[in-house]
Every structure is written in C-alpha cells, then in structure tokens.
Design a protein around this ligand. Structure first.
Ligand code: FAD
Length: 334
C-alpha cells in the first residue's frame, strides 16, 4: 500500500427523506479544515435515490467534489448496498480520510466498510486534527470511562476512518452558489442480489420533543428515587415545552428509554437551557451536556460534582423545588 496514492478528505453525506443530516454538514466544516491543512480536496459522498440535487448543498457547505450513487436501489439505507457503493468509490479514488456521523446509519456503515477494507476505524470521535506533512489523522475521543482523552492513530493503513459525534463540530456558513466537481458513479448491483428488503417503515409516533433538537431539556437522575418520582421531570418538561433527558442510571433502571440518555454513551446535546435534577454530575454525563447555553442544577448534596459544571445551582430537595418551579412557570405562562 503506497500512502502517496491516497489523497483527500471525504465525508459520507447522510440523507433521509430528501434532507441532509445536520451532522454531515458539521463534518464538511471539520473536513474542510483538515483538507486545507493538507492542501487537498474535500469531497462529499452522496448515496440515495434522486439525491443528485443535494450535491449543490454539499458544495455550498465546503466540498470541492461530490461523488453520487443515485439509484432506486439506494432508496432506503441498507448496509449491503451502501457499503458496496462506498467500497467501490474508495477503491477507485483512494481517499486519505473518510468521516462519518456517529449516528445509527453512520456507525453501521463505517463499521461494515471497516470490516472489508484493511484499515481501522475510530468510533465516536470528538476532536479531529491532521498532521500537515504526513496526513496522519489525529482522532480523539473520551476513553477509560471518560477520564482521559485518547488520540487514536492509524499509522499503517489507508484510508483512515472515523465516526464523529453529532453537534461537536461546527458547520461552515453556506456559500450560496458555490459549486464544484460532480462525479456520478454507479455499481452493477441488481435488487434481486440484495439480501435485505425494506418491507415497511414504521414511524415513531411518540409525541415528544427530541433531545438532540430541543432548545430546553429537563434531565433527571437517580436522585428522583423511583419511576413515579421521575414523573416530576416530565411535568416540568411539559410546562416548559422541553424535552426530557436522563442519566445512564435512570435509563438502566428502566425509568426512561435509552434515546433520552445524555452523555458519553448517550446523546450529546447543546440546548439553550439544560436542567440537571438529581444528577450527580459524573464526567460521563457532563461530556454530553457541557456545551449547553445555560445549565441549571438542582441537587441536595452541596458537594455534588454537577455544581462545578453548572451556571446556576440550587442546593435542595427536588421534591420541594421542582413543584415550586412548575407552579411559577405555569403562573408565568398563563
Ligand atoms: P447518582 O450518581 O446516583 O446521583 C444521584 C444524585 O441525586 C446525587 O448527586 C444525589 O445527591 C442527588 N439526590 C438524591 N436525592 C435527591 C433529591 N431528593 N433532590 C435532589 N437531588 C437528590 N452516565 C450518564 O449519565 N450518561 C452516560 O452516557 C454515561 N456513560 C457512561 C459510560 C461509561 C463507560 C461509564 C463507566 C459510566 C457511564 N455513565 C454515564 C454513568 C456515570 O458514571 C454515573 O454513574 C451516572 O451518570 C450517575 O447517574 P445519576 O447522576 O443519575 O445517579
């Protein structure tokens, strides 16, 4: 393997129902910085059905080149079809770096591609850099329970690959009208050769605000004592039109589903306001919410670590304070 043959930074552009996932735009921002440092091109790779028109957006957010695989066979994400397209493209054009969003699709695709290519994959990266002269990707992520940041290198193989957490990188401001090179590709794959069929798409109809999109999150921890105590969190969230979050311990206790978990092994969130109620403030929780605009903590232990990470802290019993907040907000709202 000659490293000289591998050039450029690629971003897998995730698309659903005609929309590009925000994390892909964030990665174009991060990828642009890496590509500029190397004096190389930034490319987006778009796979889907009738997705070529989205290439313009990818250019506007910083790509020089967009590779497309546009065919009905790619209408729904399937590991096998997307992986075959990405592998074919990688083999043909040999990128130095490929970045994917650490979403369920990005993680699935990246790990599948990594099983076929003789290379490694750094998962859940939060900081990216590149050595200007060697092109070595410096992919950093929390390790050992979040107590240290580990920088992971892939010294012997190319391409270098990483999945990157949503909301940690910054998208560039789009440059309307910015265009680049569009390269339309295809693979000779027939529907009958694909082992997985999408029979039906079942939508999650739960009417709740998603935590990764919410402006306000009310998050509760083990301090709420029980599933019925945790209802206080839902009540405060309802009054504020907020999303409900939780620590890992309440998810493991079954008080709330995993997609509400904030933190290292949950979702990274950046709402305008984050309430942490009955949450101790373990580092694994803090890494998932520390970039929130305003953090308000309620905890009865004045020495709880959460008070080191918040803007406003209330020392006291959640069962006394939260009902007062609900009453006050209700009063203010109505
Ligand atoms: P506790 O630590 O038990 O804290 C409860 C808090 O409630 C205490 O501070 C207590 O003083 C307070 N309290 C009690 N009663 C009241 C009351 N009546 N009113 C007000 N306050 C009260 N954790 C996450 O959250 N997210 C993650 O993604 C995550 N990933 C992890 C990954 C790894 C590899 C590991 C090892 C751990 C991870 N954890 C994660 C777990 C983490 O280390 C903590 O164990 C967890 O966050 C603690 O949850 P908690 O704050 O709800 O519970």
């Amino acid at each position: 393997m000659s490293f000289e043959d591998y050039r450029g930074v690629w971003v897998f552009i995730e698309e659903k129902e005609g929309q590009i996932a925000p994390v892909s735009l964030e990665l174009l921002g991060a990828g642009r910085r890496l590509a500029d440092k190397r004096g190389d091109e930034l490319a987006g790779i778009l796979i889907g059905d009738q997705i070529t028109a989205l290439a313009d957006t990818v250019f506007e957010y910083g790509a020089d080149t967009v590779y497309t695989y546009d065919s009905p066979i790619f209408k729904h994400y399937r590991t096998e079809t997307f992986m075959k397209a990405l592998l074919a493209c990688t083999e043909k054009y040999k990128p130095e770096i490929i970045l994917y969003g650490a979403t369920s699709t990005g993680k699935d695709l990246a790990s599948a591609v990594a099983t076929d290519l003789p290379t490694g994959l750094t998962a859940d990266t939060t900081i990216l850099d590149v050595e200007e002269d060697t092109g070595l990707l410096l992919a950093s992520r929390p390790a050992f329970g979040g107590n240290i940041m580990a920088t992971i290198l892939c010294k012997k193989y190319r391409p270098q690959m990483a999945t990157v957490r949503p909301k940690v990188m910054k998208a560039l401001s789009p440059e309307p009208g910015r265009r680049g090179k569009l390269i339309e590709e295809s693979i000779p794959l027939k529907e009958e050769e694909v082992r997985t069929k999408v029979l039906e798409i079942v939508r999650d109809t739960v009417k709740q605000v998603r935590i990764d999109e919410a402006d306000i999150i009310v998050a509760g921890g083990k301090g709420l004592g029980s599933p019925s105590g945790f209802q206080l969190i839902h009540q405060l969230a309802d009054v504020l039109g907020a999303a409900v979050g939780g620590s890992r311990d309440v998810v493991e206790a079954g008080w709330i589903e995993h997609h509400h978990q904030v933190g290292q092994t949950g979702v990274t969130v950046t709402p305008k306001i984050y309430f942490a109620i009955g949450i101790s403030g373990a580092i694994q929780h803090i890494v998932g919410m520390q970039n929130s605009g305003l953090i308000i903590a309620i905890n009865k232990d004045p020495n709880a670590a959460i008070f080191q990470a918040c803007h406003h802290g209330i020392v006291g019993d959640a069962f006394e304070i939260v009902p007062m907040l609900i009453e006050q907000f209700n009063h203010a709202w109505n």
